[in-house]
Design a protein around this ligand. Structure first.
Ligand code: ADP
Ligand code: ZN
Length: 440
């Protein structure tokens, strides 16, 4: 066996043992954070929590949460729990507003991170014989280096292509015989478009696995990608604050995302009452990093909305799964007093026609200041071929979507089926909601 061959045994360990490991690690990380981070000591004091009352992981619910703004407020390194001599790298979240969230990593953190990415790759069926093309951006963003280090740890041959330069991506896939590609799903749609335009034949490549994450994507997109290119599309989930991509991934059953619970302890809470919810119920995902040295977080609110799936997966892994992440709590739009989530729009689209694979939501206000919402839709090439034969189908479909959205969500939408490739493609994460409303 290759010396970096990844053992997936931790994914299958008996649940009692997993819980014991979590308990043991939790106490240590809690102590370490309390002792080394003044900000955390103050947080506990503010919430009147006596650290001596935290004796096992069952006591976790006594602890306050850490939120995104806490990490921004302590910029650049107020949450660091290890001396600078231990820090070997920084990453930062893309952060659309203001200062980014900066995360310092110790060598131990990079080791755990690459181990988890390697465990994901094992789950996706990759081994030492694979050639992995990394199409995530390299830099402060965790996508590029995360897949790079993890892929190397798994023993794959890495093509560090990075984001952008689609023509070169297509060339490298063919010439270097890439068997797997990792990038954002929206960027892969762009690669597919480019391939179509240039008469690229996927059958002439060795590509068989796609590793997509960093942004929500739909089952419609998965089907389209798989049909169009003949690869199997896997979901990889993660966030910078916890480590980066590879906090979890979906196995060959594609029935949710397995979380590497021996390193990242998940909880689901009700985002309003902040009470923990039992497995199976939908709420906000909260993580405690069980091994982090550089910047541990205890009960960090991700704002990602999902549930912990109570049933054991058919693959036999004992680590739990979360449902696919369809939206973040801060994606909620309030339009004329109604709460609207992108995931609601998405399920209407897939129920009408799974060929509707991409969409973008535009919020604006009319002359009288009333909020308006428009959904721009894009379909598969087959759909456009059908429109070319019979233009009325395009309008008919738009009308159907409009009425179903109104029935399901309770407000009027404008629906436009835009031309093929009219929704802007990004090399990184795509912007699902464009808010042009006047702010007062
Ligand atoms: P930022 O918060 O600035 O976007 P990150 O790059 O750390 O910075 O992004 C992490 C977030 O990206 C997650 O909290 C989640 O909302 C989203 N995300 C990551 N992977 C996935 C995935 N596979 N499916 C859906 N959303 C994802
Ligand atoms: Zn599984």
């Amino acid at each position: 066996m290759h010396k970096y061959a990844m053992n997936s045994a931790p994914d299958f360990m008996p649940v009692e043992r997993l819980r014991a490991i979590q308990n043991e690690k939790f106490i240590k990380v809690f102590r370490r954070t309390y002792e080394n981070v003044e900000w955390y000591r103050n947080l506990l004091a503010k919430h009147k929590v006596d650290p001596n009352d935290i004796r096992s992981i069952a006591d976790i619910s006594k602890l306050p949460f850490i939120v995104k703004t806490d990490l921004r407020d302590t910029y650049p390194d107020g949450m660091r729990a290890a001396p600078m001599e231990k820090i070997v790298r920084f990453h930062a979240s893309s952060g659309t507003t203001g200062k980014p969230i900066v995360v310092p990593y110790a060598q131990e953190d990079l080791d755990v991170w690459s181990e988890c990415v390697a465990r994901c790759l094992t789950m996706f069926g990759l081994d030492e014989t694979d050639v992995l093309q990394v199409g995530y951006g390299y830099g402060l963003f965790t996508g590029g280096l995360g897949l790079h280090d993890g892929g190397q740890r798994r023993g794959c041959a890495i093509i560090p292509a990075g984001g952008g330069n689609t023509t070169r991506h297509l060339m490298l896939i063919k010439d270097l015989k890439a068997t797997a590609i990792a990038c954002t799903p929206s960027y892969f749609l762009h690669i597919i478009d480019q391939a179509q335009k240039t008469g690229y034949d996927w059958k002439e490549t060795k590509l068989r696995v796609g590793i997509f994450g960093a942004e929500p994507w739909t089952d419609g997109m998965r089907q389209f990608i798989e049909q169009e290119t003949g690869i199997v599309a896997h979901d990889i989930y993660g966030l910078t604050e916890i480590s980066g991509p590879g906090v979890g991934g979906d196995c060959s059953h594609h029935a949710g995302i397995h979380i590497f619970e021996d390193h990242f302890y998940p909880e689901i809470i009700d985002p309003d009452t902040l009470q923990p919810l039992p497995d199976g119920e939908t709420g906000e995902l909260v993580f405690t990093t069980l091994d982090k040295v550089g910047m541990p977080v205890i009960r960090y609110r991700t704002r990602d909305i999902t549930r912990l799936i109570p049933e054991r997966c058919a693959c036999g892994r004992t680590i739990r799964r979360i449902g696919r992440i369809s939206h973040r709590s801060d994606d909620m739009m309030i339009v004329r007093g109604v709460n609207v989530f992108p995931s609601q729009i998405e399920s209407v689209l897939t129920s009408i026609d799974p060929g509707l694979i991409n969409y973008q939501i535009y919020l604006d206000s009319n002359e009288s200041g009333l909020a308006t919402i428009e959904v721009k839709l894009e379909g598969t090439p087959e759909m456009y071929a059908a429109f070319a034969e019979d233009a009325s189908r395009r309008e008919g479909l738009a009308r159907l979507v409009t009425s179903k959205l109104r029935d399901t969500i309770g407000i009027g939408f404008k629906t436009t089926i835009v031309d093929q490739n009219a929704i802007p493609r990004s090399e990184g994460k795509m912007k699902r909601i464009v808010d042009n409303r006047k702010k007062d």
